[in-house]
Design a protein around this ligand. Structure first.
Ligand code: HEC
Length: 117
């Protein structure tokens, strides 16, 4: 005799999962105060100001140059990490200053902050 087995489907409440709150990472989140401090500590301000050209382009100009470009953040991080020759506003070529950190989070934060100008 075949006894139907009683498969008791366990419809476990998913309510617990639904109740778990989580935040979606906002796009291009950065800490401006931290970025600014790093920028100053590294003497980047010697050549870059938020909106006036110095020896290097203003942050506004750089932000405008990369606006809407998908690889903007990566390009700026690379720029801070690898020695590159740059042309100063007086035409002389110099090795661009590197940021004094190996922490990718710090670099990313500075890049996002620059792009926010
Ligand atoms: C001695 C002057 C000088 C200092 C100091 C300096 N920069 Fe620059 N920077 C330049 C010049 C000049 C350019 C322009 C490069 C070009 O357009 O060819 C530039 C360009 C840039 C750009 C734009 C790159 C691009 O692809 O358009 C970024 C971002 C940047 N600098 C970040 C920094 C950071 C971060 C620091 C500090 C760690 C720093 N700079 C320090 C002179 C300087």
């Amino acid at each position: 005799m075949i006894r139907p087995s009683h498969h008791r489907a366990l419809f476990t409440a998913i309510a617990a999962a639904a109740a778990m709150s989580f935040t979606l990472p906002a796009l291009a989140q950065f800490n401006a105060a931290e970025a600014e401090a790093v920028f100053e500590d590294n003497d980047c301000t010697k050549c870059h100001s938020p909106d006036q050209p110095k020896k290097g382009p203003s942050l506004k100009k750089t932000a405008a140059k990369y606006k809407g470009k998908a690889d903007a953040e990566k390009t700026l991080v690379t720029h801070m990490s690898k020695v590159q020759k740059v042309k100063q506003d007086d035409g002389t070529m110099v090795d661009h200053k590197l940021i004094d950190t190996k922490d990718p989070k710090v670099k990313k934060n500075v890049a996002l902050w620059i792009l926010s100008h």
